[in-house]
Write a protein that binds this ligand. Structure first.
Ligand SMILES: [Ca+2]
Ligand SMILES: [Ca+2]
Length: 399
C-alpha cells in the first residue's frame, strides 16, 4: 500500500493522504476495502465535485454491459464497447436493451443483433444556415445503444411526401410497454421516450439518455427552469401544438396547397395528430426551439451545451416532436447512417469502472461511485437502473 494524492477533476481540491491505493497485484482484503470506503466517504464530504465524473460525458454516459447481460432472444444487450480518440467516441452495440421488450402487436418483424458501430464527436458543431432534416432510420442512439428514430414512419398520404404519418399515432399500436418496436430490418428502436431506459423524476434534472447524430446530448424530460441552471426543475415544453383545423389545405408555415396536395379532412380515420404537419410551432411558452433544443447548463455540462430534451405532456404521453428534430441542430455525421463506422487504430478503450480515469480500478473510483449513489448513469455497473450498493460490491471485487 502506498499513499497517493487524489485530485478532484472538477474542483481541483487535493485530498492528501486520505486515499490508500493498492499498488500490488493481489486483491485488497476486506479490512483494506472498508478503510478505503470510509476514507473516500470522508473525502467526499470534504471535497465534493460539482458532478462525479472524470471523463467527458460523451465517453462516460454509455451503458456498457459489464455483466454479460442478455436481452430479447438471449442477444448480448446494451453497449458492448466504448473507445475514444481526441476527436471521436466510438460506440458498439446490438440495439437490444437489457430490459424486457415486446410483444409488438400486429408487427411482422422481430429483433436481431444489429452489430452497430457509431461515432460521436467529442466537440459537436452547430450547423449554420439551413438545418439538415432528420431522415428515416437511426438519427441517434440511446445510452444503451438502442436506435432512435424521428417522428416519421416513412410514409405519407397518397405517397405525395407532403402529409407525413406521425409514427406515434399510426404505428403506436405496435409499440411495447417500453415505447419501442422492431423495424422491417428487425432493429429495435424508439420514436418516442424510451420509457424503460430510466426512471422519470420531476424532482431532479434528467440524465443524459442518448446522443443525436449531430453529437449533441439528449436528456430526459426534466431540466433546469432557467438556462443558467437556477430556478429548480421543470418539464421541458415543446413549442409544438396541434393546429386548429377541420381540413388539411395549408401547411404549418401558412403555405396554401393546391387541391391535389390537400390532405384528408380531419376525421375519426385521420384525427388531428395523424400527420406531422398537423402540428405548428410557437416559441410562446416553449422551452425548446423548432428542433427540441436549447442552450443551457446541465449537471454534466456546467458551462452549458446545446441539448435536446425528450418531450412529454405526462409520463407515458409523448409530445411532438418527441426526441430530436424535425432537423438536426448541429452538423449531421453521415457516416453513422448505416451504423457501420470503422474504428481506427490508436483509440483508447473506456473502462467504466475506472471512474476517476487513473488508469486502474482503485479506491479513487469508490469516491466517484458514492457521489453517484441513487442516480442513473456512470457507476451503474450491473445495469439495475441506478447506482446502488450492488455496484459498490462489483467495484470492490474488481480492484
Ligand atoms: Ca481509477
Ligand atoms: Ca446498479
Amino acid at each position: 500500500m502506498t499513499q497517493s494524492i487524489y485530485r478532484s477533476t472538477k474542483t481541483g481540491c487535493a485530498v492528501r493522504g486520505l486515499f490508500m491505493r493498492n499498488t500490488e497485484t493481489t486483491r485488497t482484503n476486506g479490512a483494506q476495502m472498508f478503510a478505503a470506503v470510509v476514507a473516500t466517504m470522508i473525502a467526499t464530504f470534504m471535497c465534493a465535485p460539482t458532478h462525479a465524473q472524470a471523463y467527458d460525458p460523451v465517453i462516460s454516459a454509455w451503458r456498457v454491459n459489464l455483466t454479460g447481460a442478455v436481452g430479447f432472444n438471449n442477444i448480448t444487450a446494451d453497449v458492448q464497447q466504448v473507445r475514444y480518440s481526441s476527436t471521436y467516441v466510438y460506440v458498439n452495440s446490438s440495439s437490444v436493451p437489457s430490459y424486457p421488450i415486446g410483444p409488438w402487436m400486429g408487427s411482422p418483424n422481430t429483433v436481431v443483433n444489429q452489430n452497430f458501430s457509431f461515432r460521436i464527436l467529442r466537440t459537436p458543431v452547430v450547423k449554420t444556415g439551413t438545418k439538415t432534416p432528420t431522415g428515416l432510420g437511426n438519427i441517434g442512439i440511446w445510452v444503451n445503444g438502442v436506435g432512435i428514430y424521428n417522428y416519421s414512419d416513412g410514409r405519407s398520404y397518397n405517397n405525395k411526401n407532403i402529409w407525413h404519418n406521425d409514427a406515434i399515432r399510426v404505428e403506436g399500436p405496435s409499440f411495447d410497454s417500453c415505447g419501442g418496436h422492431p423495424s422491417p430490418n428487425n432493429e429495435y428502436h424508439n420514436h418516442q421516450n424510451a420509457a424503460c431506459l430510466f426512471s422519470e423524476s420531476n424532482q431532479v434534472h434528467s440524465p443524459i439518455v442518448g446522443y443525436a447524430f449531430d453529437s449533441f446530448p439528449i436528456y430526459g424530460p426534466y431540466g433546469y427552469v432557467n438556462t443558467d441552471g437556477s430556478g429548480g426543475i421543470k418539464k421541458m415544453r415543446s413549442g409544438y401544438s396541434l393546429r386548429t383545423m377541420t381540413t388539411r389545405t395549408t401547411l404549418p408555415n401558412g403555405t396554401v396547397l393546391t387541391s391535389i396536395n390537400y390532405g384528408p379532412a380531419v376525421s375519426t380515420t385521420y384525427p388531428l395528430g395523424y400527420f406531422a404537419e398537423d402540428y405548428a410551432y410557437s416559441a410562446t411558452n416553449a422551452d425548446l426551439d423548432l428542433n427540441n433544443v436549447r442552450y443551457c447548463v446541465t449537471p454534466e455540462y456546467p458551462n452549458g451545451t446545446y441539448a435536446y430534451f425528450v418531450t412529454i405532456t405526462a409520463p407515458g404521453s409523448p409530445a411532438f416532436p418527441y426526441i430530436v428534430g424535425p432537423s438536426y441542430h448541429g452538423v449531421f455525421d453521415t457516416s453513422n447512417a448505416m451504423g457501420k463506422v470503422t474504428v481506427p487504430t490508436g483509440v483508447t478503450t473506456y473502462d467504466p469502472m475506472d471512474m476517476d480515469g487513473s488508469g486502474f480500478v482503485d479506491s479513487g473510483d469508490v469516491g466517484y461511485l458514492l457521489l453517484n449513489i441513487g442516480t442513473y448513469g456512470p457507476g451503474d455497473f450491473d445495469g439495475s437502473g441506478d447506482v446502488d450498493p450492488a455496484d459498490l460490491g462489483i467495484l470492490l471485487l474488481s480492484m
